[in-house]
Structures are given as structure tokens and as C-alpha cells.
Design a protein around this ligand. Structure first.
Ligand code: SAH
Length: 460
């Protein structure tokens, strides 16, 4: 039976309510006669007027109509297209309060879903300057009379809205995207039209090495045939100062996947380089790389601190991607084993190991939950295991293998506090003790929260 015999609100009704919390998606939460409503853009501590849009059995969704009593943490979002874009969801909340809310979200999840109350959850480590932090921009292109536009899709549609500047992207990205619009328009290059399949230029991708200043521009087109191709390359490479790599990627499919399978270097190098700490990484058009390099260094620094390496340890890095954490740890460990499901990522990881002349790392392609149990049967024992799984968290088989393998320390890097809580509870039941959890803000102005948890094997 439902907790509520009657639902106290009806669709389209306008109601006043107090907002008492924030969901992990950044929506305000309030109650009307015990009935929960989620109101995007409303903040804890506010009294708001909201229009009810959707009513379910136990909860509903509303739209913010007016803030009647604003929170003292409410701020005017600096981005002029904040409400249309949907890329950020917390610009209306002061940054220090965003950080505080992220800490609360991690604490709540651990307590509620993981029954973990003993572990200290530190204050979220934020950025000194929480703007212009992204090193990769992927901009969909469209047309208006007079030429190319590019920016983002209007919410719930595929209509492109032009944007000259995105405040969370590196300035260089804005500059380069605007140059591409201008130069390609003047050469008669058309934008791809998703509905008709006509046109050519689909996306413009810019990557910036924050430490090296190296720049890569990727044009994603429907076909290899580009009118005035030579002139396009000529003008782009002349006008974009500091460009190191100009790449064409061809995606002929009628799909919303950004990249296609074919990549061709039009000019310059196939890679740009960047550093995390002292480790050098090669970044190609398609390779995955952490998008906030400043905070990545802080996050990995914390992981390294929790791993507490002396140089004698064997370490396993599960869900290793292009080996970023593995190589970071290999500087201080005897041996690191990395495992990752995407073969291209492992190819990058191996290349990056060579690039840094690191010989104490070994990478395997496969599911962590299959490879690590197999390593275990082969006699491999880790002193420290680092896991950095996708949002759905670790596979239970993997956690069970760790419980058998008994590494002294487990460092759990998580992008989802609810699956973190679930997995920590399993590890706690298997003999581990969660010492500390450190949330790190990798994505200011969005609701994403990353954290790193430090677990120790209990003395038996
Ligand atoms: N540690 C890396 C990437 C973490 S993202 C970094 O810091 O850059 C999570 C990674 O897990 C992705 O690269 C994804 O491809 C990989 N992955 C997803 N499911 C997996 C599985 N079952 N086994 C191994 N890797 C997996």
C-alpha cells in the first residue's frame, strides 16, 4: 500500500513549498503534506512557487515559477545561456555551498545506503578558480543564414543554439571553435543536418594540454570529401596559434555518436601531450583522458597518499582506462597491474608506459571481474588494490575476489556515491574498515561528485 492514501497535489497546480534538500542530480526537494516534490533550480532553505508537472504515486516533479524567499547561497548564474544549455546544473548556487552540498551527498549515501557512519568524510576539495577547467570541448555544428553556428542542443531537442563562449571550457577552445566557424563558413563548408543527413561538418572537438599548452583540433565530418580542403587546412593552421595537431574524423552514420571509425591527420602530429604530476600522457583524437586535469592531480594525489607505497608493493589498478592511475602509482610501487575492458585504452596505457620508460607495469584487456580472479589463481597477490569503476560500481565477483586476496589496503575512486556506499558495505562485511573518504570536485557547477575512499584490512 502506498504511504499516502491521497496525493495532495494535482498536475498543473501552482503551489508554495519550502525546499529542504538537494538531490544528487542537483534538484531541490520539498514536501507538501508529506508528499515529496522535486523542483529543479530550487535550493535548500528557499520558499518557492512551483508548478506541478508530473505526479506519481509517491513523489512528483515541478517547475520553479518564482523564488519567494531566496537562499543566501543563491547567485546569478554568470553564463548567459545557463538555463537553455543543461550542461551545468548548479551555477545558481555559490561555489563554496556547492562543495558543502557535495560533501553532504557523500555522507548521506554512506550512512543511508552503506550503513557506514564511522568513516570520516572530509570536506570536498574544490578548485581555487572553478571556471575554464575543461581540457576537451565537443561542439555540435549547425547553420543559420550567414554561416555556421555551434554550441549545444536546446533541451529535449536537436536544435543547435549558438554559443560564443563556454565558461567551463579553456579560453583556447572558445577561440578555436569561433575560428573554425568563421573560416569554414567563408569557404562554403556546410554543417551536417541530423534530420536530412545532408551537409558535412558535424562536430568540432578541441583538446588542450593544460601543462604543455599543446592544442589539437578535430573536425568530424560526414565524408572525407571537403570542398576547398587545402585552403581550409592552410587557413586553420595559419590562424590558430599554437596548434599542434589537426585531425579529420569521418562519421558517415546517421547517429548521435560523435566519433566515427576513420581518423586522418590533416596536418601536424597525431598526438598532443600533457602531464599529470610528472607522468606524461599522449592524447590522440579518440583517446579518453580526464577532462579536469587540475583536479585529477589532486584526486590521484589522494589515491597515492591512501595507497601509502614504499616501493615494495604489488598494486592492482582495476578499471584503469589509459593507465593514468597505474602510471601515477608505478612511480612509487614495485609492480602495478592494470586491467580495463576497452582494448584501445589499453593500447594507450602501454604506449604511455613506454613514453615514461616505466617497466614495472603490466596491462591486460578484459573485465576486471574475470581478469583479477584469474590473476589470483595464477598466484598474483596485491598489497594494494585501486578500483575506479564506472557509475554502476564494482561487480560483486570482483569484490569477493578482493576479500579472498586480502590486500592490506583498498583505494576506491568513485564517481557515484550510491554505488560506492553499496560496495563499501560489502567490503566492510568482508573484513575491511573504511578509514576516510575524500570527495574531490572534478566538475564544478555540475552535480557530479567524485570521491576516494581508503580501506584497510582489519586485524584478524
Ligand atoms: N581509472 C581511469 C578510468 C576510470 S573510468 C582514469 O582515471 O582515467 C572507468 C573505466 O572502467 C572506463 O575506462 C571503462 O571502460 C572501464 N570499465 C567498465 N567496465 C569494466 C569492467 N567490467 N572491467 C574493466 N574495466 C571496465
Amino acid at each position: 500500500m502506498s504511504k499516502h492514501a491521497t496525493v495532495p497535489v494535482t498536475k498543473n497546480e501552482e503551489i508554495e513549498l519550502e525546499i529542504t534538500g538537494l538531490t544528487h542530480e542537483g534538484d531541490g526537494v520539498g514536501k507538501v503534506e508529506g508528499f515529496t516534490l522535486f523542483i529543479p533550480q530550487a535550493l535548500p532553505g528557499e520558499k518557492v512557487l512551483a508548478k506541478v508537472l508530473k505526479v506519481k504515486k509517491n513523489f512528483g516533479f515541478g517547475k520553479l515559477v518564482e523564488v519567494l524567499e531566496p537562499s543566501s547561497h543563491r547567485e546569478a548564474p554568470p553564463c548567459p545561456v545557463y538555463h537553455q544549455c543543461g550542461g551545468c546544473s548548479l551555477q545558481h548556487l555559490a561555489y563554496d555551498e556547492q562543495l558543502r552540498q557535495k560533501t553532504v551527498i557523500v555522507q548521506d549515501n554512506l550512512k543511508r545506503l552503506g550503513k557506514i557512519e564511522h568513516a570520516k568524510v572530509h570536506e570536498t576539495l574544490g578548485m581555487k578558480d572553478p571556471w575554464r577547467y575543461r581540457n576537451k570541448a565537443q561542439v555540435p555544428m549547425g547553420e543559420e543564414e550567414g554561416g555556421l553556428i555551434g554550441g549545444f542542443y536546446a533541451q529535449r531537442s536537436h536544435r543547435i543554439i549558438n554559443m560564443e563562449s563556454c565558461l567551463i571550457q579553456h579560453e583556447k577552445s572558445d577561440e578555436i571553435v569561433n575560428q573554425v566557424k568563421k573560416i569554414a563558413s567563408s569557404l562554403g563548408i556546410r554543417a551536417y543536418n541530423e534530420e536530412t543527413g545532408e551537409g558535412l561538418l558535424r562536430h568540432v572537438v578541441v583538446k588542450v594540454g593544460f601543462k604543455t599548452g599543446e592544442l589539437m583540433l578535430v573536425l568530424i565530418t560526414k565524408s572525407r570529401k571537403i570542398p576547398n580542403k587545402e585552403e581550409l587546412v592552410n587557413q586553420l593552421t595559419k590562424q590558430i596559434t599554437g596548434l599542434k595537431s589537426l585531425v579529420l574524423n569521418i562519421n558517415a552514420k546517421q547517429t548521435n555518436v560523435i566519433f566515427g571509425e576513420e581518423t586522418e591527420v590533416l596536418w601536424g602530429e597525431p598526438y598532443i601531450y600533457d602531464y599529470i604530476g610528472n607522468v606524461r600522457f599522449a592524447i590522440s583524437a579518440r583517446s579518453f583522458y580526464q577532462v579536469n586535469p587540475v583536479q585529477t592531480e589532486i584526486l590521484y594525489g589522494k589515491a597515492l597518499e591512501y595507497a601509502d607505497l614504499t616501493g615494495n608493493e604489488t598494486v592492482i589498478d582495476a578499471y584503469c582506462g589509459i593507465g593514468t592511475i597505474s602510471l601515477f602509482l608505478a612511480q612509487k610501487a614495485k609492480k602495478v597491474y592494470g586491467v580495463e575492458i576497452v582494448p584501445e585504452a589499453i593500447a594507450d596505457a602501454k604506449r604511455n608506459a613506454r613514453l615514461n620508460a616505466m617497466e614495472n607495469v603490466e596491462f591486460a584487456v578484459g573485465e576486471a571481474e574475470k581478469i583479477i580472479p584469474w590473476w589470483y589463481t595464477q598466484g598474483i597477490r596485491a598489497d594494494v588494490v585501486v578500483v575506479d569503476p564506472p557509475r554502476k560500481g564494482c561487480d560483486e565477483t570482483l569484490l569477493e575476489t578482493l576479500i579472498q586476496m586480502k590486500p592490506e589496503r583498498i583505494v576506491y575512486v568513485s564517481c557515484n556515491p550510491s554505488t560506492l556506499a553499496r560496495d563499501l558495505q560489502i567490503l566492510e562485511q568482508g573484513g575491511y574498515h573504511t578509514q576516510e573518504v575524500q570527495p574531490v570536485d572534478m566538475f564544478p557547477h555540475t552535480f557530479h561528485v567524485e570521491s576516494v575512499a581508503w580501506l584497510k584490512l582489519k586485524e584478524s
